[in-house]
Write a protein that binds this ligand. Structure first.
Ligand code: KG4
Ligand code: ZN
Length: 346
């Protein structure tokens, strides 16, 4: 059985084809082909995602990317058994493009369509790596819009242990980067600038660090970065900017690591999965690896290229649900999207 998956919740159009193990046999589904178009260059002029432009661009990209994926796999549409798409959360217009294309294609082929939760896609993306995790595990989900720690017992069994009460970690990276004059999306740019800086130059807050609970708050950090930027004046030196970037990254990473350890301790779990765009951050990876190695905890990440949004994770999440007989199958040509959608309700 093969699943063609579409991701279009924000500013990346992703398409991928995943194959389940032969009938009834156990094993992890495998990625046959994938293609991705990032809209970052298009939105950069506006300093952030423009929803209307995002939807229009998804319309332009989704079919050519699908052709590319099928060509890579040397297969045709007749070889696809299920069409999966991101049902939410995300930008309503952008989601509607992927959902509309997926459901119409499925109806035309007489095959079922499956709506997927975007965060479940991120969460299960490490199953696409060469070294997939085993259930159960603790998960740190750090994307542009979400920061959550979870206990994951199986596909569809997600218990939220803690989450951010305001900004997400990705947002903290992006907003701080913007204050430093870096282009959108700021996370990777800030991380690059931080490589040349010293992390102990600026004293920045670590909100809720000692709350004793796996919860987060990043809004205050952004305000503290703004105060420092103002103090530096009109023309900060390259060194000052790099130091501030490094100090900001250190504050975010310290909180993420400490809270992950807290979640591991409280659950007694010995496996940690890190997923979502911020999971690509090399400082976060280095510090988590070091802290977890000391405690005998194994850390699993998606491949670097699959940390940010992509179609492979959507096809994979659908495939793993299909294997367990718990996919949300749509066979009547109807569809809807859920711009807001709690993962614990998925
Ligand atoms: O998971 P994702 O692609 O999209 C959402 O579902 O939100 O995450 C995007 C977020 C952005 O905030 C981006 O700045 C951040 O991930 N990000 C990074 C890095 N790469 C992406 N943040 C820090 N360091 C990185 N290397
Ligand atoms: Zn995402």
């Amino acid at each position: 059985m093969r699943v063609l998956g579409f991701e279009s919740s924000c500013d990346e159009t992703g398409v991928a084809l995943v194959e389940l193990p032969p009938h009834g046999q156990p094993g992890t589904p495998r990625l046959l082909a994938q293609a991705l178009h990032s809209q970052i260059a298009m939105h950069q002029a506006y300093g952030g995602v423009v929803p209307e432009l995002a939807s229009r661009d998804h319309i332009r990209r989704v079919l050519p990317l699908s052709r590319e994926v099928l060509a890579q796999a040397q297969l045709g549409l007749q070889d696809v058994d299920v069409i999966a798409y991101t049902e939410g959360p995300g930008l309503a217009g952008a989601l509607l493009v992927g959902a509309g294309v997926a459901v119409s294609l499925a109806a035309a082929l007489g095959k079922p369509a499956v709506g997927v939760h975007h965060l479940e896609g991120h969460l299960l993306s490490p199953f696409l790596s060469a070294d997939p995790p085993e259930f159960p595990f603790a998960a740190l989900l750090v994307s542009g819009g979400h920061t959550q720690l979870m206990r994951v017992d199986e596909v569809g069994r997600y218990e939220i242990l803690g989450e951010t009460i305001d900004d997400a970690a990705g947002e903290a990276f992006d907003k701080s980067a913007k204050l430093l004059g870096l282009p959108y999306p700021g996370g990777p740019h800030l991380s690059k600038l931080a490589e040349r800086g010293r992390a102990d130059v600026f004293e920045l807050p670590r909100p809720l660090l000692h709350s004793g609970k796996p919860d987060f708050s990043f809004a205050g950090l952004k305000t503290a970065v703004l105060t420092q930027v103002k103090k530096l004046g009109e023309a900060p030196t390259e060194e000052q900017r790099a130091d501030l970037a490094a100090s900001t990254q250190a504050a975010i990473v310290e909180v993420l690591v400490k809270k992950s350890l807290l979640a591991l301790k409280s659950t007694g779990l010995k496996r940690l999965v890190v997923a979502g765009g911020v999971g690509a951050n090399s400082s976060l990876r280095a510090q988590l690896n070091a802290a977890c190695a000391k405690r005998g905890v194994r850390v699993h990440y998606p491949e670097l290229s699959l940390c940010t949004d992509n179609g492979a994770m959507i096809a994979m999440a659908a495939a793993m649900r299909l294997q367990r007989g718990m996919a949300r199958l749509r066979e009547d040509g109807s569809f809807g999207v859920r711009p807001r959608w709690d993962l614990s309700a998925a």
